[in-house]
Design a protein around this ligand. Structure first.
Ligand SMILES: *Cc1c(COP(=O)(O)O)cnc(C)c1O
Length: 332
């Protein structure tokens, strides 16, 4: 665990975004995004032997950290681009974050979603005033639909993770956490395309330089681990996992170099561990966390990253899980 399996020496950090961009993002989202609570649990500490600080982004606006990056990216647009609007592809938390952030900033927003996306997610996106364009994911190319919309209406595409302002926005979660609890020995971060991990690593290394930062992804989709350890981006096919927010198939070209330079390692957890963590959160901490939001916690609770004697930050990344699905996971 302590010896990284990375083959190459850490690559140099890209020129941007930097921690200064995270600070600027924090100013932009102040008073708009929730400063989410940091939770502790004696049971979690007893189980791991460490002192764990859970950053509860399941309680963020729209139910996940994605609001931070979405709001920062839209707020940064020039006025004329704001007037024309933004477009995003997503069936998940990024869609809701863009729809909600755009509503608050009075920016038109189009969300391109698969026609078979869960009705609840489509409804939530529409409730935030987003214009939903459905596409047939077996027959149509969403990139082409997005390009056409951008061309016709001059919309700006806001990607879910591979974007400097999105990365900087996500980093504000770790900034708040470390400012609140002080320096950490380790920080565990849920990993999909790497926006959250890259941003949080920038903040952690600036505020707590000794802090070792770990990404945690689903066992079935360990493209991040393969990429990190081989030194170049590895692409996989869509993994089968209950962590639907981490079914990404490759890290971003902007997130990967930051992760490569600043992270300690990337580890994986099984779906069974995610279910166990979801149950732990409900039973012990009285909070609802979606499967993807449990990735980092599952690594701590199962000793995948040993926490004994350490001060450990754990990002709980989101809480958007359908109540029926949650009940199904908990009764299985
Ligand atoms: C998007 C998402 C992730 C993964 O974030 P990346 O920035 O793509 O790595 C993790 N957890 C939740 C709840 C998410 O919505």
């Amino acid at each position: 665990m302590s010896t990284s399996l990375r083959q190459d020496a850490p690559s140099p950090l890209p020129a941007s975004p930097t921690y200064a961009d995270v600070v600027a993002a924090a100013q932009r989202i102040e008073g708009v995004a929730h400063r989410t609570p940091v939770l502790t649990s004696r049971t979690a500490d007893a189980r791991t032997g460490g002192t764990l600080f859970f950053k509860a982004e399941n309680l963020q606006r729209a139910g996940a950290f994605k609001f931070r990056g979405a709001y920062n990216a839209i707020a940064r647009l020039p006025e004329d681009a704001k007037k024309r609007g933004v477009v995003a592809f997503s069936s998940g938390n990024h869609a809701q974050a863009i729809a909600y952030a755009g509503q608050l900033l009075d920016v038109p927003r189009v969300i391109i979603m698969p026609h078979d996306a869960p009705a609840m997610k489509v409804a939530a996106t529409k409730a935030y005033g987003g214009e939903v364009v459905l596409f047939d994911r077996y027959k149509e190319d969403r990139e082409a639909i997005g390009r056409q919309l951008s061309a016709e209406r001059g919309l700006t595409l806001i990607p879910p993770y591979d974007h400097e302002d999105v990365i900087a926005g996500q980093g504000t979660a770790a900034k708040e956490l470390i400012e609140e609890v002080g320096p950490l020995d380790m920080l565990l971060v849920c990993l999909g395309g790497g926006g959250l991990l890259a941003g949080c690593a920038l903040a952690a290394k600036a505020l707590s330089p000794e802090c070792r930062v770990f990404g945690v992804e689903p066992e079935a989709g360990n493209d991040g681990q393969q990429s990190f350890r081989s030194g170049s981006i590895v692409r996989i096919s869509v993994p089968t996992t209950i962590a639907d927010g981490a079914q990404t198939t490759y890290l971003g070209s902007k997130t990967f170099p930051i992760i490569q330079a600043l992270a300690e390692d990337i580890v994986t957890v099984s779906d069974a561990m995610l279910v166990d963590a979801m149950r732990f959160f409900v039973e012990r901490m009285k909070i609802v966390v979606e499967p993807t939001g449990c990735l980092a916690a599952a690594a701590a609770l199962n000793g995948i990253v040993p926490c004994r004697g350490k001060r450990v930050g754990v990002i709980i990344s989101g809480g958007n899980v359908d109540p029926k699905a949650l009940a199904g996971f908990l009764s299985a």
